[in-house]
Design a protein around this ligand. Structure first.
Ligand SMILES: *Cc1c(COP(=O)(O)O)cnc(C)c1O
Length: 443
């Protein structure tokens, strides 16, 4: 399939693999069209309640959650040193925060919010169906003998570029399930090794993410003892992620940040298939409405959400369809075709998508560590391009004009979502830092 993208100020840069900001023409104000979507804002609150109900069980399964009473949460950091290092000191950049999911417990990435949620929700439902658990029971029954005996007869499978596999594998093994992770060729060896040590079966595919997911889905359909966590279609993952919005809203309030039409909130979310950034963005729009402006960010060679949403096509458009390669060091975002479900949901809600070059990811990785001691993997740094695109680029200024924000930027808050990194082994992290240091010095 060869696809022609419509006329758009960002089109030529996107096709040439140069960094660009695309503004979503489908964005609508006042929640218009949101009622037509296949998901409802009340589901964000339900996910929050489910997380609370699971907390005592999570605390038992993962001792690192004792201090947080079973909540899987990350810090919100006002990154003033990093802000300087990035050149974002001017008043026009408002306040800059990092939402540090790179340090999220259990899985070391934003996937802890999705994968762990879906596995634990599935376990609870399975236990209910087998009469081991009912509403009102102590949720820690799910670590009991009867539950274990049930779970070890069942398999949880997933396709992944790495981090979703880690999250689902860790959660499944913690409850005693068998687990199979289908990895794309992008997956880093250390992620495979870590899963293997946990007793997870890892199937390596010499193919991209979309293909790995297809294999996993076909296997699962043929075997009723396999439950497939479907990253391309799962609403469970989506709403697990969405609860992060409630957490952020609470932390912003604690930091004295006002979010309203005069004090816009800009959030920059690294995007692979779209589930994690889509879930968070959906939650933020449910809470803050038009005062929240959600942007996705993707690698210049893997902008699957950008090319699909820009195309306006009803059929999914992949990055290969427009002549891009899907080659990137950012394994968390090495996805050639986005989720159709997320594309539909984001159409009226997403402000835009920008792209970043791999070299910049390594520069920011180095800067974040050196200036602020924030340990990131390459994918997790992509959002740092956000403030500069928004404040300084012609497209960013067009966005501000169109939305009546041009005189409100000094009162704005920018949140860069750093999506992973805590589990990167020291040796690998050293290599990332060396690459980053040499690029920073070259400049
Ligand atoms: C998975 C992941 C993303 C993107 O999430 P999607 O749900 O695939 O869009 C971004 N950054 C990191 C580090 C990830 O692991």
């Amino acid at each position: 399939m060869s696809v022609f993208l419509p006329d758009d100020p960002a089109r030529d840069d996107v096709l040439a693999g140069r960094p660009a900001l695309w503004l979503n023409p489908g964005l609508t104000a006042n929640g218009a069209h949101v009622a037509d979507l296949p998901v409802k804002p009340v589901q964000v609150g339900e996910a929050e309640e489910n997380w609370l109900a699971l907390a005592p069980l999570l605390k038992t399964c993962f001792p690192e959650l004792v201090a947080s009473k079973g909540r899987i949460e990350s810090e919100l950091i006002e990154a003033n040193n990093l802000r300087k290092a990035l050149g974002y000191e001017g008043a026009e950049f408002g306040r800059l925060f990092v939402k540090a999911d790179n340090n999220l417990p259990v899985a070391g990435s934003i996937k802890a919010r999705g994968g762990v949620y879906e596995v634990f929700m599935h376990a609870r439902k399975m236990a209910e169906e087998h009469g081991i658990f009912s509403a009102g029971d102590d949720v820690n029954l799910l670590t009991g003998k009867a539950a274990r005996a049930l779970f070890c007869q069942h398999t949880i499978a997933v396709g992944s570029t790495g981090n979703l596999g880690l999250s689902v594998g860790i959660a499944a093994r913690a409850l005693g399930f068998r687990a199979v992770v289908h990895m794309s060729s992008d997956a880093k060896q250390w992620k495979v090794d870590r899963l293997t040590r946990l007793g997870v079966e890892v199937v390596r595919h010499q193919a991209d993410y979309t293909t790995a997911v297809e294999h996993a889905r076909i296997d699962a359909e043929a075997d009723p003892s396999i439950y497939f966590v479907d990253d391309e279609r799962s609403q469970m993952l989506f709403f697990g992620y969405s609860a992060a919005a409630t957490e952020l809203a609470r932390q912003l309030a604690d930091a004295g940040v006002t979010v309203d039409k005069d004090h816009p909130l800009f959030v920059y979310l690294p995007c692979g298939i779209g589930g994690a950034p889509g879930g968070v963005a959906y939650g933020l729009k449910a809470i803050f409405g038009d005062a929240a402006h959600a942007f996705f960010v993707e690698p210049v060679q893997s902008p699957c959400a950008l090319v699909h949403m820009m195309s306006g096509s009803s059929e999914l458009v992949s990055v290969y369809d427009v002549g891009l390669t899907n080659r990137t060091e950012a394994d968390g975002m090495a996805v050639a075709r986005m989720s159709a479900f997320v594309a539909d949901v984001m159409k009226p809600l997403l402000s835009g998508i920008f792209t970043v070059a791999d070299d910049d990811l390594f520069r920011w990785l180095w800067l974040a560590q050196v200036s602020q001691s924030i340990r990131l993997e390459p994918s997790a740094t992509a959002g740092f391009a956000g403030p500069q695109f928004l404040v300084n680029s012609a497209q960013g200024q067009a966005y501000a004009d169109r939305n009546g924000l041009s005189d409100k930027l000094t009162g704005a808050t920018h949140v860069v979502w750093t999506t992973g990194g805590a589990f990167v082994p020291e040796e690998q992290f050293k290599q990332f830092m060396e690459r980053g240091a040499s690029l920073v010095k070259k400049n």
